[in-house]
Design a protein around this ligand. Structure first.
Ligand code: IFM
Length: 468
């Protein structure tokens, strides 16, 4: 029987643009995802987050549903364009009371239901006005983010159990500015590396602002770390693993936790940028004490060096090949792993979760860890009996929770697990075609139906162990 330590925190996670809707209400101004999703051809089916799960209006019912499932914590994100809708690169602008009031109501409803609120400050909905001035390639975006973080922490911090500065900056930087499959849709390798640095800086500025405004809340950073396995035992493949590990993992871990950029990453990327956007003192600003690190894990990755002569993927978006997110590593290839796959086409191997948690605990002893996202997309909907029998999701979750328990046994200080996601929602460039929720959402009626996985997870939470 797989059991979890006493006090292990059980939660679920969502993000503002993916569930809220109400994009033009109460003073909210457009984010980069509004503009991107309204650009024809960027999102599958030209879906947008205009309505999404209508959570902005239905939050009270959604909190009641969380309470019925027994969630102990709920990780949501705050939409920056609701809080300071007139922000410019040079000025934060006035705070929007109606925007803050929404999160105030949400936090109070959670607390009244006995659910600990964990807020992410940035889950990709950058105010469009900031992108118009350069977005994450401009350090002023990081400076304004630090000020916005202080506003949120001052108002909500006394009631938040955890504040996560950024969600998955890898996606913001490389998918937003190199491959362009995410907003703002730019395909400029050098811009992606500038974005990496300014996101790191934003994290540091926000972490210290939150610490000052709300000393009682835990401050964390959430990364989607890659578990990279070499395709063969060759030295070339081992080196390819080192390079992508640098670009995805260490370029975020090292500055935040060790106060430096990895020398090999600076060297590997020297032909793309000289990193002159890193100013004196930046690394001290980024290297803030953290109360926890969040890991988001979904799938394993196989890595190999492309055979000589193979046309490399282009990282600049020109030519026939799609642009690659792998800045300065476009000679690396990612051979397909055998199935089964989830609906995202992602292979399944929970060992990556265990291995990453153990690696983090060994490299950063004393740093509490949370799984801040993990879950699977499968398309099941209600059957003739009205229920949603999502057996594959249950199997995925069981395997990954076993891996978390194993990591704890192997010495990793894992304090909790947030399942992605509570509700089916807007899955970015895939629109509504991918369903990650343990609660099914009928997008025509907004009816919520807890899937079998929701009932299964409720049992896990109630007993602190995996049902046999
Ligand atoms: O839906 C996303 C989420 O916003 C960030 N992490 C991965 C999830 C699934 O793709």
């Amino acid at each position: 029987m797989t059991t979890f330590p006493p006090g292990f925190l059980w939660g679920s996670a969502t993000a503002s643009y993916q569930i809220e809707g109400a994009v033009a209400e109460d003073g909210r101004t457009p984010s980069i995802w509004d503009v991107f999703s309204h650009t024809p051809g960027k999102v599958l089916g030209d879906d947008t987050g205009d309505v999404a799960d209508d959570h902005y209006h239905r939050y009270a019912d959604d909190v009641a549903l969380m309470a019925r499932l027994g969630l102990q914590s709920y990780r949501f994100s705050v939409a920056w364009p609701r809080i300071t809708p007139q922000v410019t690169a040079d000025e934060l602008g006035p705070v929007n009371p109606a925007g803050l009031a929404f999160y105030d109501r949400l936090v109070d409803a959670l607390l009244a239901a006995g659910i600990a609120p964990a807020a992410t400050l940035y889950h990709w909905d950058l105010p469009q006005a900031l992108e118009d001035a350069g977005g994450w390639t401009d350090r002023r975006t990081a400076e304004r983010f630090g000020e916005y973080a202080a506003v949120v922490a001052e108002r909500l911090g006394d009631r938040l159990s955890m504040v996560i500065t950024l969600n998955e900056p890898w996606c913001s930087a490389y998918l937003g500015y190199a491959s362009g499959v995410h907003a703002p849709g730019r395909t400029e390798p050098a811009a992606a590396l500038a974005a990496v640095h300014h996101l790191n800086l934003a994290h540091g500025l926000a972490a210290s602002a939150v610490r000052e405004a709300a000393p009682g809340t835990d401050v964390a950073l959430t990364l989607n770390l890659g578990w990279f396995q070499p395709a063969s035992g060759s030295a070339e493949d081992a080196d390819a693993v080192r390079r992508v590990d640098g670009l995805q993992n260490r370029v975020f871990l090292d500055p935040a936790l060790n106060g430096r950029y990895p020398a090999d990453v600076l060297e590997d990327t020297a032909a793309v940028t000289d990193w002159s956007f890193v100013r004196e003192g930046d690394l001290e600003l980024i290297h803030q004490p953290l109360d926890a690190l969040g890991l988001n894990y979904y799938f394993p990755v196989l890595v190999g060096r492309a055979a000589p002569g193979r046309a490399p993927e282009r990282a600049d978006g020109h030519g026939d090949e799609p642009a690659s997110p792998w800045v300065a590593a476009d000679d690396v290839e990612f051979p397909q792993l055998p199935g089964p796959y989830t609906d995202m086409g992602w292979p399944i191997d929970a060992e990556g979760m265990r291995a990453l948690l153990v690696r983090l605990s060994q490299e950063h002893p004393g740093l509490p860890l949370y799984v801040t996202e993990n879950g699977a997309a499968y398309g099941d909907g209600p059957g003739p009996d009205g229920a949603v029998h999502d057996e594959q999701r249950i199997a995925y979750l069981r395997g990954h929770l076993e891996a978390v328990a194993q990591a704890v046994e192997d010495g990793a200080d894992v304090r909790g697990y947030f399942l992605w996601s509570l509700l089916d929602n807007f899955e970015w460039a895939y629109g509504y075609s991918k369903r990650f929720g343990i609660v099914h959402v009928d997008y025509d009626t907004q009816v919520r139906t807890p899937k079998d996985s929701a009932h299964w997870y409720a049992e896990v939470i109630r007993t602190g162990q995996l049902p046999g």
